[in-house]
Write a protein that binds this ligand. Structure first.
Ligand code: PMT
Length: 291
């Protein structure tokens, strides 16, 4: 089997070739390059956090769409925790402070940043909103390839809930589907997984954290372990839908770590401990890369 088919490179290329181009592509590229140029000095980290759910339009002039569940809390809370950890953490001096690229779904209502961090966040944060699976994946590719030279100091924290199935643009009807002609049959194609190509081609030196969401706890760890091996990410954060706010399991080659909220602190959220662990692992990764 050739490496091309292992990566699914053909499927990935045909997905992008048949996608409707980003409307504001030039503006995004401009903002992205400016942000990376300004911030990728002195060994600073740049973290790309994705958050929220992608939609799959059913019509080109979209009236109806299929949504992927996500409130956007994980991504937003994680970013705020990273920001506070980088800003206040004793061990982390300011010269390695993190900068944030956040791509978030437009439907994420909890996106507002808290006033405490507003001033810091303004200078350090680039927010890029998406709605559809087409927008999300095109933006992820743009970001990853633009961050290639940031090397091990870059991190991808992929908490967005990404559609696995979609209607290819070319087979999608242009106008609103008529409702007078009985039941609707739709055939959904599989969205190619982008994790392999991100790891191998787009940003091979970046530290990459993906997520695994299941509703059946019996298969969660097995699926996360398979994803870790298949996509060669640095860790997979496994979460079950109904308990995702209380507990996650970080699956990596060094073993599985269960991460929970601090039971003594009522206001604690699972991301507090999760981010501490992920940022520490990233620190080790950067050190190992430098030796
Ligand atoms: O937003 P909240 O309500 O707080 O909930 C958080 C969350 C449950 C959405 C989050 O913690 C989470 O698990 N996000 C990932 C959900 C998801 O898409 O899981 P998946 O098993 O379908 O995909 C696994 C990984 O493959 C993801 O990291 C995704 O970025 C990646 N993927 C998915 C589809 C695709 N075509 N290409 C991909 O690379």
């Amino acid at each position: 089997m050739s490496s091309i088919s292992v990566l699914g490179e053909d499927e990935v290329s045909s997905f992008f070739e048949s996608s409707p181009p980003l409307k504001n592509m030039e503006e995004i590229v401009h903002k992205l390059n400016g942000f990376i140029q300004l911030n990728s000095t002195g060994g600073r980290r740049i973290v790309c956090v994705t958050s929220g759910g992608t939609t799959v339009p059913l019509e080109q002039r979209c009236v109806r769409y299929i949504d992927n569940f996500s409130s956007g809390n994980r991504g937003t809370s994680s970013r705020l925790d990273m920001l506070s950890y980088f800003s206040l953490g004793g061990e982390l001096a300011s010269h390695i402070a993190g900068l944030f690229l956040m791509i978030h779904s437009l439907s994420v209502s909890s996106f507002q940043i808290t006033p405490t961090f507003e001033a810091v966040a303004e200078a350090r944060l680039l927010k890029l909103p998406f709605t559809t699976i087409y927008e999300y994946l095109q933006m992820l590719r743009l970001i990853a390839t633009a961050m290639k030279d940031v090397g091990p100091c870059s991190m991808f924290y992929l908490a967005a809930a990404v559609s696995d199935f979609y209607v290819p643009w070319k087979s999608m009807v242009e106008h609103k589907i008529e409702s007078g002609s009985g039941p609707l049959d739709i055939r959904l194609a599989q969205v190619p997984k982008m994790l392999s190509i991100l790891r191998t081609n787009w940003a091979p030196k970046a530290f990459c954290i993906s997520f695994k969401l299941e509703t059946d706890s019996k298969i969660l760890i097995e699926k996360a372990t398979k994803a870790l091996q298949k996509y060669k990410v640095h860790a997979v954060v496994a979460n079950e839908l109904s308990t995702r706010k209380e507990e996650v399991v970080v699956v990596s080659s060094s073993g599985n770590v269960v991460v929970r909220c601090n039971s003594e602190k009522p206001e604690s959220i699972v991301e507090d401990n999760l981010i501490r662990l992920i940022v520490d692992r990233h620190s080790t990764y950067i050190k190992e890369f430098g030796t």
